[in-house]
Design a protein around this ligand. Structure first.
Ligand code: G3I
Length: 329
């Protein structure tokens, strides 16, 4: 984080969740190391299924724990995410609500959630992953019932509640010029066409270094070059938004070896260098920091070891890749 700020960035940060640091002291100690992490994101506890598991029942405990940690440390807080198809609670997906009712549910959830954290979030990922891997609209109860208008409605609601939070659209597979990146640019244009505020695009940068065909690990992006990431960042910035790398990790086939760890170091170097090259890239967030808690193997058992610190909290070549980019750019 200190190196990022020294180069004019707002932060270098990590994602975490309260259950991880409730029982792992050495983990918590590193999470509080503000020289390394100047920003925190909740992995899961600020999502709709965690906050409103039943209609009208709001529970902010988990998110508050991380938000309070960030406040205590003077770390920026990225708030993630009010609308995501995979964190929509079953009372919504199975509710068979009509358009007007679902719009009210959407607005009420965003009103209550963004109000609760008002003034504390550097940014909200208002909508996460509205696109499928080919850049088409992703099927969800929100899209299927309301249509694409759910996006401007969500952003307009958040904008009304917290004028101080930057409002982001967040997705994966947009780390390089692609039909999906173009579709994400069209989302920015769509929201702006309604006269609604959108301030940024979150480039998740979940990266698959396995060399397998993309469909093998459908939820991960490809491993782009430095030039490709700079190019796509500039395409977003040209639309009048900032960008951030929001969920960086680089998955390799486990167990790792010196070759895969070196390839991983290159990926971290390239993403860090791209963000340092594009002025409007405000910061980088890794998606947790230690292989001990990476989400990847729980979804893709053949992959893992995706982060800059290993499961024993020792720095890996990936950490050196990040630092080399800070020293070079
Ligand atoms: O809070 C419970 C805790 O009480 C329990 O002890 C622990 C172990 O069972 O689980 C904890 O909750 C889990 C939470 O992660 C902890 O961080 C949830 O069960 C689990 O569903 C949740 O998964 C998260 C997932 O999103 C769904 O919210 C992953 O950590 C997180 O990495 C993943 O992140 C997504 C981004 O939001 C969007 N982009 C893709 C990315 C990876 O799928």
């Amino acid at each position: 984080h200190d190196a990022a700020v020294a180069r004019g960035k707002l932060y270098f940060g990590t994602a975490s969740d309260w259950w991880e640091f409730q029982h792992d002291e050495p983990y918590t100690k590193q999470l509080n190391n503000t020289h390394d992490f100047g920003q925190l994101t909740a992995l899961a506890t600020m999502k709709m299924d965690a906050i409103q598991p039943e209609r009208g029942i709001f529970n902010f405990t988990g998110g508050d724990t991380l938000a309070n940690l960030a406040s205590a440390n003077g770390q920026h807080l990225r708030c993630h995410s009010t609308v995501w198809h995979l964190s929509t609670p079953s009372w919504v997906t199975a509710g068979n609500f009509d358009n007007d009712t679902l719009v009210e549910i959407l607005k009420d959830h965003i009103n209550r959630t963004v109000s609760h954290y008002k003034g504390r979030c550097y940014a909200w990922d208002v909508v996460n992953e509205a696109l499928d891997v080919n850049g088409g609209w992703r099927e969800s109860v929100w899209y299927n019932t309301i249509g694409p208008a759910y996006l401007p409605i969500a952003f307009a609601t958040a904008a009304q509640v917290d004028p101080g939070a930057k409002l982001y659209y967040n997705d994966f597979g947009i780390e390089l010029p692609s039909p999906k990146a173009t579709a994400a640019q069209n989302i920015v244009k769509l929201i702006k066409s309604y006269g609604v505020r959108i301030d940024g695009v979150g480039i998740q940068a979940h990266t698959d270094l396995s060399g397998m065909p993309p469909e093998a690990h459908f939820e991960l992006g490809s491993s782009p070059s430095y030039d490709e990431t700079v190019a796509v960042m500039k395409q977003f910035v040209a639309l009048g938004v900032e960008v951030a790398i929001t969920e960086l990790d680089a998955s390799i086939i486990t167990p790792s070896n010196s070759a895969s760890l070196a390839m991983q170091a290159d990926a971290y170097y390239n993403f860090t260098a791209a963000c340092l090259t594009v002025k409007e890239c405000v910061g980088i967030t890794i998606w947790d920091w230690t292989d001990k808690y990476t989400w990847v193997p729980s979804t893709f058992p053949d992959l893992g070891d995706a982060l800059p610190w290993d499961k024993d909290f020792l720095k890996k070549p990936a950490y050196n890749g990040i630092m080399k980019a800070f020293e070079t750019f």
